[in-house]
Design a protein around this ligand. Structure first.
Ligand code: PLP
Length: 378
């Protein structure tokens, strides 16, 4: 194998390119007809209202802000997530409170979160790690009991199904990312999905600098010249170019989703009987995996392991370095996070994207086993 097997990548076909050219030809690049149609398609997909924004981080930030979470408030969130979840919380002025995870699913453990409740706790942000949602029903029961809003970080879980229902199609507020490597992309982008009319309206206004009802105007091809602003807004709307890509990706999603599922199943088959590789048993008939993560027991030096694999043409990743170790989010007196710390030291993400072949997956597995064997017999 000479060419690099990438950890993840955007998968773009001819329809996406034509759609972008169409927008360029019409010379209306901002937020208008394409964004409106993409939102309609997503609303049909989820079965509830959707607002598109410029990325997944801002979707989380605006969803929190729309739930009136801000300075002085605390939001429970798992430490094992991309820093985007934490930054979205701190961007509102609220404080992210790092929580531990369940060992099997690497998703937020509500029993641990319960220990970290204070009078300032206003919301909980479960992160749907690698596409699985963990014990989401129990999470909602916990949130109801303590009067918390639930803002789901569903960036990994576009298309996943939980107990027969599509993630985003139920619950309080769910936020998705359409960045270049997620299950679908709009070349950066994201959305907020909810049934709450206040949250919808606030996110619609806040993405356009707080200009009230500017969304309706733009969808009619008009502008707001005289208007009121009654809350802090941001320049966070989606552009027509992005939405044009997103719509074509959504049309191709069934095919891309089943490819991801097939490859993850193949990895499971090839790795399940190895003594030092622990696969994470997930049901890929329901989950559309964004990443494929294994846990390596007796982990050799991970940096060296990754370098060796890279030398052999395989790019790998670590999802994620926990956030409680970061200077900006470290807390002196916080309770420990033992599952997070021990899981982190074992994590390794293997290549997963729809352009990968089953042969690639077989090569990755064979090579990983050989390299691990080398490390352990040295
Ligand atoms: C990708 C991602 C985000 C943020 O999405 P962006 O579109 O990159 O801003 C948030 N949380 C998690 C877990 C992610 O993987």
């Amino acid at each position: 194998m000479s060419s690099l097997i990438r950890l993840s990548k955007s998968c773009i076909a001819e329809p996406e390119k034509l759609a972008v050219m169409g927008v360029l030809d019409r010379e209306f690049l901002g937020m208008g007809a394409e964004v409106q149609r993409f939102e309609q398609m997503l609303t049909e997909f989820f079965g509830r209202s959707t607002v598109c924004v410029v990325n997944g981080t801002t979707a989380l930030q605006l969803a929190l802000q729309a739930c009136e979470i801000g300075p002085g408030d605390e939001v429970l969130v798992q430490s094992l997530t991309y820093v985007a979840s934490f930054q979205a919380i701190s961007a509102t002025g609220a404080r992210p409170v790092a929580c531990d995870i369940e060992n099997a699913t690497l998703t937020l453990d509500w029993r641990d979160a319960e220990k970290r409740l204070t009078t300032k706790t206003k919301a909980i942000m479960p992160v749907h790690y690698s596409g699985g949602v963990g014990a989401l029903n129990e999470m909602y029961a916990f949130a109801r009991k303590h009067g918390l809003r639930v803002i789901e970080d569903a960036a990994h879980a576009f298309g996943s199904v939980y107990q027969g229902q599509r993630v985003g199609g139920f619950g309080d507020v769910a936020c998705f990312s359409f960045d270049g490597i997620k299950n679908i992309t709009s070349g950066e982008g994201g959305c907020v999905v909810t049934d709450d009319p206040d949250v919808l309206r606030r996110v619609q206004d806040a993405r356009l600098l707080g200009v009230e009802k500017d969304t309706e105007k733009r969808y009619m091809g008009q502008r707001s010249w005289e208007f009121d602003v009654s809350a802090q807004g941001w320049r966070y709307h989606m552009s027509n170019m992005m939405a044009a890509i997103g719509m074509e990706q959504l049309k191709r999603f069934p095919e891309m989703a089943s490819k991801r599922q097939r490859l993850a199943n193949r990895y499971d088959e090839l790795l399940c009987d190895h003594q030092n590789i622990q696969i994470r048993t997930q049901d890929y008939s329901a989950i559309v995996p964004h990443i494929y993560v294994v846990r390596i027991k007796n982990m050799p030096n991970r940096k060296l392991l990754q370098q060796r694999l890279l030398d052999l043409g395989i790019q790998t990743g670590i999802h994620y370095q926990p956030n409680h170790v970061l200077s900006f989010y470290s807390e002196v007196n916080a309770l420990p996070l033992p599952i997070t710390d021990s899981a982190f030291s074992e994590l390794l993400s293997l290549p997963l994207h729809p352009d990968l072949t089953e042969d690639d997956v077989e090569f990755v597995c064979t090579t990983l086993k050989e390299v691990l064997c080398d490390f352990h017999t040295k």
